[in-house]
Design a binder for this molecule. Structure first.
Ligand code: COI
Length: 353
């Protein structure tokens, strides 16, 4: 694998055509993208080229069998104009864990980190300062080989694209707890950031939206009794002042924000429990007044309060309490991400000044 990254700068920037105050999440992209192809058993020369549509064979394996995985992380600009990533080495490891599960060749972590650094540095004007503003960085890899034989491909393309973003959800979030559809099952690919894990949620989420919910809380596929995750977020429940989250498993994504929240909570003296949580326990806690708040965590959403949930046709309100953990933890996380405070955990990764 060549370490050298070949750079072809864009002839002109499209940044002036972007309204940074009205960004729909992940729909505007920066001037450059990172590309590296796998062929004849090896990754080729990584390149950064102008962002542009690309040719793909109609027979490309990914279009037929969904052999693709991705990652998501954010770059932040601090008050001095320096740009930082948050724990990118975690994402670099995870994309390879996902790739292995999908029989995709792993990508050298140091090339991914270096590629992101170079790409974001080149497009650093697209990272706007101000809490809430960031650059969403999307590495992904897909089977590019032409051929409809149903087996792992021999050719792949690894790419990184970047999108300036603001908040993920515009307003309040209510969720529906799944009692019929499933996201992932034991022994499946739920722990991986596989493209199909997301596509498979769209239909049940559409149905939930028609009922007034923004997302679905997925439960275990075998019994629908245990709470897992919400598709774009891991979940936290404050029960009697203890923050409870489900253990990661082969059907739950090992979220980087999830593990950071757990570490921050411990640091701030908030009691945490990583344990299986039954839907019936949650409803019991709600009825007895012990369920004090619910929130989700994820790269895109950061920390998202959930103001109510529905289960089997009954709605339960979970209004945001005063002095809520969600805001406390979100503030602590953002302070580190935007370089407003010490970083006792060593989570910040300098991209450029
Ligand atoms: C992320 O937070 O990076 C996610 O995976 C959510 C994404 C599907 C928008």
């Amino acid at each position: 694998m060549e370490q050298h990254i070949k750079i072809t700068p864009a002839a002109a920037s499209s940044i002036d055509s972007v309204d940074f105050d009205h960004l729909a999440f992940g729909s505007t992209f920066t001037d450059h993208m990172f590309v590296c192809d796998f062929k004849d058993g090896a990754w080729g020369t990584p390149e950064i080229v102008p962002y542009a549509p690309m040719q793909i064979s109609p027979a490309a394996s990914v279009l037929h069998y969904g052999q693709a995985v991705f990652e998501g992380m954010k770059a932040f600009k601090d008050e001095n104009g320096s740009v930082w990533l948050f724990r990118p080495e975690q994402n670099a490891k995870r994309i390879n864990k996902s790739a292995e599960r999908l029989a995709i060749p792993t990508f050298p972590e140091e090339v991914l980190l270096e590629g992101m650094k170079k790409l974001i540095s080149l497009d650093k004007e697209w990272v706007k300062a101000g809490v809430g503003k960031s650059l969403y960085v999307r590495p992904f890899v897909f089977a590019s080989q032409a051929g409809v034989q149903a087996s792992a491909a021999n050719e792949y393309r690894f790419m990184i694209i970047c999108a300036p973003v603001a908040s993920y959800y515009g307003g309040d979030v209510r969720v529906k707890i799944a009692d019929h559809y499933s996201r992932a099952s034991q022994g499946g690919v739920g722990y991986a950031k596989a493209a199909g894990n997301y596509g498979g949620q769209f239909y049940p989420t559409q149905l939930a939206k028609e009922e007034g919910y923004q997302q679905v809380i997925w439960t275990d596929a075998a019994t629908h009794e245990y709470i897992e995750e919400a598709g774009t977020m891991n979940l936290f429940f404050r029960i009697d002042d203890t923050l409870v989250t489900a253990p990661t498993s082969d059907s739950i994504l090992d979220g980087v924000t999830r593990k950071s929240i757990l570490e921050l909570a411990n640091h701030l003296g908030i009691k945490t429990e990583v344990r299986a949580l039954k839907v019936s326990d949650l409803i019991e806690a709600k009825k007895s007044g012990k369920l004090l708040e619910i929130f989700g965590s994820g790269t895109a959403v950061v920390v998202q309060p959930i103001i109510g949930f529905g289960y089997k046709g009954v709605n339960y309100d979970t209004p945001i309490p005063e002095n809520n953990y969600a805001q406390k933890l979100k503030d602590a996380l953002l302070d580190i991400q935007y370089n407003k405070t010490e970083d006792p955990f060593g989570w910040r990764f300098k991209v450029c000044d």
